[in-house]
Design a protein around this ligand. Structure first.
Ligand code: AMP
Ligand code: MG
Length: 348
């Protein structure tokens, strides 16, 4: 398949390209588009065929459900059964990086939901995503636009690496702002939700809107052998670099001393804080931003993991993020990529 790649700088001025992309979607084709979280691999959410094509292009198991993307929070009613709790969440966080699991209406085929009677709904704020969904006139089912097993793409070149020749069109809208996939919540009752996947909408932010916020165990812990996850995607091994990723925990000075020592011993790639750059030798350093700038760590995580792996290191080191605020989303992605390998560096 020949993949058409179109750069869009200003969606308001590039209506023709967006119309072309929307036509591809309406005709059952696949279009990769940028969102504020990561790039999405989109198809018509109401078409079983389109959803099958998405799984095929990604190389993803078809029991792993897709998120459907809508142009306006109210459009959820067409595809799902909404409730006052949804309305409250939508008012607070949509458009934006929040996905809500709701009972599915029949217009959404089970191919899209991995056989479930629920559907995951999100209203992205990215202007290109918004314009594309609006133009298509239908919800767009879209998982992250990586090949299964690779980190989610946060720029068009990562999408091209994974998807060139496998999709009809790629819309290049530059770098994604947030860099981690959306927060996913399931509504249990009017006052209770369960956090299934942490993202830029934090636990604390959710608590401001809903009285009871449960956190699924799989968010920060390893799932037992025979445990069934609340969210099917949680059971899949997420991106693991070829080189083992080891997360370091300890006093910043001790961790830095350990990194200096390891650089002399083995070939290691390091996701380091900006403050550490001068102390370390420059080979295979991947700066993540200032130590306290979690938004920067999030934006650069998937890029850094892709790039760190490229140099073929013996090991990749990164700092264990805190579990608070946006840190929980980083923690969730990083412990998966590291297969839960955390090394505590003792004080000297
Ligand atoms: P991705 O599209 O790569 O961001 O992953 C989407 C994730 O959303 C899946 O892996 C599931 O874990 C989750 N998800 C989607 N739909 C549902 C649903 N109906 N119930 C529970 N989790 C869902
Ligand atoms: Mg994904």
């Amino acid at each position: 398949m020949n993949t058409k790649i179109i750069t869009i700088n200003d969606p308001a001025r590039e209506e023709q390209s967006l119309q072309e992309a929307a036509d591809v979607l309406r005709n059952g084709g696949l279009v990769v588009f940028p969102t504020e979280t990561v790039y999405g691999l989109g198809g018509d959410a109401t078409s079983a065929d389109s959803s099958r094509k998405i799984y095929e292009a990604k190389g993803r198991p078809s029991d792993n459900p897709l998120i459907i993307h809508i142009a306006h929070p109210d459009d959820a009613r067409r595809y799902a059964v909404t409730c006052p709790c949804y309305e409250r969440l939508a008012k607070a966080f949509m458009p934006g990086p929040l996905t809500v699991i709701l009972p599915r209406r029949d217009i959404i085929p089970t191919e899209t939901t991995g056989g479930l009677d629920t559907v995951a709904v999100r209203c992205p704020s990215h202007p290109i995503a918004h314009a594309l969904i609006q133009e298509a006139g239908v919800a767009i089912a879209a998982p992250s636009a990586n090949r299964s097993g690779k980190p989610s793409p946060t720029c068009a070149s990562h999408v091209i690496d994974d998807m060139d020749g496998r999709v009809d069109m790629i819309l290049d809208g530059g770098e994604c702002d947030i860099g981690l996939e959306s927060t996913i919540v399931k509504i249990e009752d009017e006052d209770t939700i369960t956090l299934l996947r942490p993202g830029a909408i934090t636990y604390d932010a959710l608590c401001m809107v809903v009285a009871n916020v449960n956190v699924a165990a799989a968010v920060s812990e390893r799932l037992g052998e025979n445990e069934r996850p609340l969210s099917p995607g949680m059971k899949y091994r997420h991106y693991a670099p070829d080189a083992p990723l080891v997360l370091l925990e300890g006093h910043p000075e001790d961790v830095l001393a350990y990194l200096e020592q390891e650089q002399n011993r083995i070939r290691c790639a390091i996701l380091c804080y900006d403050e550490e750059i001068n102390a370390l030798s420059s080979a295979s350093l991947h700066p993540v931003g200032k130590a306290d700038d979690l938004a920067s760590h999030a934006r650069l995580l998937f890029r850094n993991l892709r790039e760190a792996d490229c140099s073929g290191p013996d090991v990749i080191y990164a700092h264990l993020p805190p579990k608070e605020g946006l840190g929980l989303a980083l923690y969730n992605r990083m412990i998966r990529a590291a297969a839960h390998t955390i090394k505590h560096i003792p004080s000297r």
